[in-house]
Ligand binder design. Structure first.
Ligand code: BEZ
Ligand code: FE
Length: 288
């Protein structure tokens, strides 16, 4: 079946049991919150259409309930299976796309992911985000934060995080000191920032639960191309959640969470001192 072909139920003349959908939606009339009523009405209508279009069997319905139950059961303070499911189905990127302003001078956004662990220690210009030695090539990351007109944004907060060479974030790995490969920086008076890290590596998203099982059943791999996360905020500007990806990574065209945008790919280069370095300039949209 091609991706544009309809499922068998869609060519029926009459939808099955249309009055049920109407009744479920009508019973929301008393909802005090109009936005909740709108969103839930659309959800019910799309869910019912999905059941009709696919002619969902009882067995499939039971296995979906079992799947969601297992997704809930594997969640913990450091494991968020529902974010993973949203990510691998492209929902996270779509929610981002309908909410993020784009345009000239504004950096593209991408997924936050489940491994942001709150604001970290603030480091000074040029400091290292490592809390222990790390295998891999030392890397300098530099750039500026500007508004769409190109003016510097001094004092912007730049939060960064990445995995260690073993493909794990500190929150996934008891051997790493908490806060390893994470930090917060403030941009200088010219909007500039600089920090020291190691070249990031590609890694699999957690695939030992329902999200991973689904990927396998769908013939997909769990890998993300190497990247560094950035969360950049400044008063008067929209907060930017994005990554910078390393050029040449084998997974750039098949990111498990669909997070890659061409504008976010950068090639590490040797600077005059022979050090590996990337430079990336960020543009923040003004708050209206
Ligand atoms: C991440 O880049 O940290 C990430 C994003 C989505 C799912 C899993 C991990
Ligand atoms: Fe990541």
């Amino acid at each position: 079946m091609s991706s544009t072909e309809n499922f068998s139920g869609a060519d029926r003349q009459q939808p099955v049991f249309p009055e049920l959908t109407e009744e479920v939606i009508d019973r929301m009339a008393g909802a005090g919150n109009q936005r909740l009523r709108q969103v839930m009405g659309a959800l019910v209508s799309h869910l019912h259409a999905f059941v009709r279009d696919t002619q969902l069997t009882q067995e499939e319905w039971r296995s979906a309930i079992d799947f969601l139950t297992r997704a809930g059961q594997i969640c913990s303070d450091s494991r968020q299976e529902f974010i993973l499911l949203s990510d691998i189905l492209g929902v996270s990127m779509l929610v981002d796309a309908v909410n993020h302003e784009s345009g000239a001078g504004i950096t593209d956004s991408t997924v936050l992911g489940p491994f942001y662990s709150g604001r970290q220690r603030e480091l000074a210009f040029g400091e290292s985000i490592l809390l222990r030695d790390e295998p891999g090539s030392p890397l300098k990351v530099r750039g500026h934060v500007r508004n769409p007109a190109g003016d510097a944004i001094p004092g912007a907060s730049i939060e960064v995080w990445q995995t260690a060479g073993n493909q794990l974030y500190d929150v996934q790995d008891e051997t790493q000191p908490p806060g390893h490969l994470r930090a917060t920086f403030k941009t200088a008076s010219d909007g500039g920032f600089l920090f020291q890290t190691v070249l990031p590596v590609s890694y699999p998203i957690p695939d030992d639960g329902p999200a991973g099982q689904l990927l396998t059943l769908l013939g997909r791999h769990p890998n993300r191309p190497a990247h560094i996360h950035f969360l950049i905020s400044a008063p008067g500007y929209r907060t930017l959640v994005t990554h910078v990806f390393m050029a040449g990574d084998e997974f750039l065209n098949s990111d498990a969470v669909f997070g890659v945008k061409p504008s976010l790919i950068v090639a590490p280069r040797r600077n005059g001192a022979g050090e590996l370095e990337i430079e990336y300039n960020f543009g923040l949209a003004s708050l209206r």
